[in-house]
Design a protein around this ligand. Sequence first.
Ligand code: C2E
Ligand code: MG
Ligand code: MG
Length: 376
Amino acid sequence: GEGTVICRLGGDEFAILVAGGTRESLGRIGEAILGAAAEPVRVGERELYVGASIGISLYPEDAARVEELVRNADTAMYMAKEAGGRRYIFYSSSMKERVSERLELETSLHKALELGQFELYYQPRMDADGKRTLGFEALIRWYLPGKGYIPPDLFIPLAEETGVIHAIGDWVLRTACRHCAAWREAGHPPVFVAVNVSPRQFEDPRFVERVEAILAETGMRPEWLELEITESFLQRDRSVVAGMLRRLKDRGIRISIDDFGTGYSSLSQLKNLPIHAVKIDRTFIRHIDTDRKNASIVSAIMALAHSMNLRVVAEGVETEAELRQLRKMRCDELQGYYFSAPVRPEDLRSVRETPGWRKRGSGSGGRGGMTAQIGD
Ligand code: C2E
Ligand code: MG
Ligand code: MG
């Protein structure tokens, strides 16, 4: 309309300045934009779906200065995103507190690496019988003095948004490789290490070279490394994705799909990608011994995955009954609190093939109140 300014703030963020609107009229504009953004976009042969999240801030009720208005709109947009996206939300002052907390966390996050506040914990991946440790998944922990442990589900998205994920991702990979190489060096039986990689890390066209440099630097062999990526990564440009995965695979690095079943991808989308394994999300593993629905979802995934020569890993195995059921279903690998919570590397006193993953009562770290030790 008359007097409306549309501008691009950067990346995929836009600002629209509407003069003389009311809450109602702004709401209607919001609806209209969401409706337009929901239309599929044809690109060559394909239809792409994009969406939008909108935050609205009002002058003069919310702020008098333009910087603050934009910041408030951004805050509200963030809330819209958090609420699942594809909606508009009006700014309210109660959002401010959450945002200042977020900002504080963001500032701390930027300093966390140099202050050495990150640690890597390890959780074993077991064979189908749950007897032998095949490898370990590296899971990052952030100890923020005064606040305690900040869960990765909270700060990884923040790190992704701010771009610090590249530095953190390098640190995780370097540390995990160093540990794994040291275990081998010390003569422990061979185990692999699985490292979570954020989709954003793959945006770096030099990601494969970064991985190679870290392998070289730490003396880690590519065959000992597995990278876990989530399905959301498949939503990106397929030919670029496929190219990078292929290069990683050619070097001997394995790729697995994490949290499988929670996203929008299907196994058929993995068909032409060099994937080694799918890790079925723990929400499907829960009570698999009694939950009929979960059992049938998992056996369907498993049948298809096996027909495509993919290994299947079950995440979040918590009980013996779940373990028994999964063994019956011919699941290839198992991971979960039943075997061990993630623990500090020094608590994996020796990494050797042993059925003796002793479970203790609550111990240091870990969420499950269970620490593991290898011993017999
Ligand atoms: P994920 O990769 O799916 O990791 C598994 C998560 O499930 C871990 O949570 C682990 O502690 C938890 N878990 C393991 N066994 C059980 C179980 O039996 N029951 C239940 N309820 N939970 C179990 P955590 O360590 O809090 O990590 C959460 C997520 O944060 C990870 O999910 C991963 O997506 C992300 N993350 C962790 N470390 C890194 C990292 O170094 N880089 C990146 N990019 N993401 C990471
Ligand atoms: Mg993972
Ligand atoms: Mg997972």
